[in-house]
Design a protein around this ligand. Structure first.
Ligand code: NAD
Length: 367
């Protein structure tokens, strides 16, 4: 049997608290399902800076290169706001993404039935929503050269460059088609081919890759229309693939359809390693939440659901991922809520650890 290796990087603030609950889930899978993980732990972000003077040591980076999956909590906090840019906690995260070459960022937007009232949209528009946004993560306008602020004709000019190579588009398109094959076999590609050459190339390359996935129904949409459609009728989508800039905005927009930041997981995937598993990092979408850190108020669901994504995408254990997601859903259906999921002041919120324990109890009930 192959070993499943996992590097846990809790990071800062609530990252550490929510990871405690993930460890309970990992232990449960070992004890009750015989699925064991070779887990190592290390520091990232402010925690690494405090000990080593850098948000990510070379040793930790090397470990991340070796494991099947990295599970990260969150980084950052006011204590580190005035640090030099080169050692800010976020640099640790960016280095991991860059050196692991994690080009496909998967952001599910799933509306658990029990939370449908929680969305800012009408219940019938979001109930049962289950879409996946695949955002290109390592290229595009956030990285393109030239960039900078220059002076021209006696005024300052801000410059960024949207640049995509065919191969960069092809690999993220392929990742999105593969996902669509495992889901509803529908893929919508979003760009601005009406006004951007990079969008024209994006559309051409996605259309070419489609030839390898004839079973998938492919559509193209301008990203501005995509934004409108996401809030008008989000259930029309299954998988959406888009570039770094549009994906940044559209995935946040889609995520909020479902309610709280405390419920949102993510995965970032790269090329396959020698053992066939993709390079991968899993992390909740939320940050270190300094306003609630240390108070036992954080919702651990996003981090636990990130581990469910690891089960599905790194360890090929889709059924166990389903089991874990169903456990989270059943806890919500039972009305157990952390403070971020409460709408009235009347109900006493569950603490971070009570929520984790309830999810483990729901896993027990699933056997
Ligand atoms: P945040 O996501 O940390 O918090 C935003 C709001 O959501 C806060 O009110 C917080 O209490 C709440 N919240 C977030 N996660 C929650 C959870 N699991 N349960 C309950 N409530 C939750 O964003 P921010 O306040 O803008 O940033 C705080 C710090 O985190 C900053 O230093 C920022 O740079 C960093 N950050 C890190 C990441 C990351 O590690 N990936 C992402 C975003 C922000």
């Amino acid at each position: 049997m192959s070993t499943n290796t996992l590097l846990i990087l809790p990071g800062d603030g609530i990252g550490q608290e929510v990871m405690t609950e993930v460890r309970k889930v990992i232990t449960w899978f070992g004890d009750k399902r015989g699925i064991t993980f070779d887990v190592s732990e290390d520091l990232v972000g402010g925690a690494a800076y405090d000990k080593h003077g850098t948000p990510l040591t070379d040793e930790t980076m090397a470990k991340a290169q070796e494991v099947d999956a990295v599970l990260l909590g969150a980084v950052g906090g006011p204590k580190y706001d005035d640090l030099d840019f080169s050692v800010k906690p976020e640099r640790g995260l960016l280095r991991l993404r860059k050196e692991l070459d994690l080009f496909a960022n998967l952001r599910p937007a799933q509306c658990f039935g029990a939370l449908a009232d929680f969305s800012s949209l009408k219940k019938d528009i979001v109930a049962g929503l289950d879409i996946m946004i695949v955002r290109e993560l390592t290229s595009g306008i956030y990285f393109g050269e030239p960039r900078g602020i220059i002076t021209e004709n006696n005024e300052r000019v801000g410059i960024n460059t949207q640049r995509y190579t065919e191969s960069e588009i092809e690999r993220v398109a392929r990742a999105a088609f593969e996902l669509a094959m495992k889901r509803g076999k529908k893929l919508c590609s979003m760009e601005k081919a009406n006004v951007m050459e990079s969008g024209i190339l994006w559309r051409q390359v996605v259309t070419e890759v489609h030839k390898d996935y004839p079973e998938v129904e492919l559509s193209h949409m301008y990203a501005d229309n995509g934004a409108m459609q996401l809030v008008r009728a989000p259930k029309q989508f299954d998988v959406i693939v888009t570039d770094n800039l549009f994906g940044d905005i559209l995935s946040d927009c889609a995520a909020m359809l479902t309610g709280s930041l405390g419920m949102l997981p993510s995965a970032s995937l790269g090329l396959p390693m020698a053992n066939g598993r993709p390079r991968a990092m899993y992390e909740p979408v939320h940050g270190s939440a300094p306003d609630i850190a240390g108070k036992g108020l954080a919702n651990p669901s996003a981090c636990i659901l990130s581990f469910a994504m690891a089960l599905r995408y790194s360890f090929d254990m889709g059924a166990e991922a389903d089991r874990l997601e169903a456990a989270v859903e059943s806890v919500l259906a039972d009305g157990i809520r952390t403070a971020d999921l409460l709408q009235s002041d009347g109900q006493k919120p569950a603490s971070t650890s009570q929520m984790g324990d309830a999810i483990v109890a729901a896993l027990d009930a699933s056997l």
